[in-house]
Ligand binder design. Sequence first.
Ligand code: PGA
Length: 255
Amino acid sequence: MSHPLVIANWKMNIPSGGISGWIQSEMVSKNEEEDFDNKSSHFKFMGIAPPISHLTELKNLFKFGLLGAQDISRFNDGAKTGDISADMVIDKGCTFSILGHSERREFYNETNSHVSEKLRICLEKNIVPVVCIGESLEDYNAGKTLEVLDMQLKEIFASISTKKTVVIAYEPVWAIGSGKTPTVDEVNNIHQHIKDIVQSIAEIEAISVIYGGSVNCENAKSFFQQTNIDGALIGGASLNGKDFLDIYNDFLETF
Ligand code: PGA
């Protein structure tokens, strides 16, 4: 079974004082059993990946949905200054982690081989990995999108065999934060291709492919209506709680 997911990637935004303002009244329970059950079911595909420092406060305010990390260390423990391990984010309530975001690749020289190490840790520790892949503008313009994605997928997923859920986020680097996106048909076809390639190089029972890159209130629904788009990874538009909730509700309507 695939795992649909609409994720707010806050990146290094929203000071801790801004968390309560982000939470929408619909996200808060009236403390009645029935209301709690309804909200648990309503928000089960919503993921929030705040800065690690915000996890406890966010968990206290928003009891539903899934909490995730924006990254984990490729090491399990020890002298790795600045790193945060999988066990540490699990301790804080995270059930998924974004891996290999293009900003990690650009600013911290993260490679496909590092992403693959992190993927293996997630699968071992029962964290749902959200593995980001995507082509640069140069590659897109040169018609090399599939070639680049295939290479990333092969380097990250070769010889993986798992019954656990794997989420892949297709995020064209040129679409992130730019207001530009590929067409919904392009994304839909690429997602099918990603599913086919991963099935051919790895044994994974449950794969979801979500789209990221300038998803907003205006365009979200058109992406969600496509059969191969199982959710979204949202940066800029997720910084406003109301916008993110609207996008999430659009997702539920098309689901
Ligand atoms: P964006 O970011 O929605 O601001 O384009 C997406 C992402 O980086 O995951």
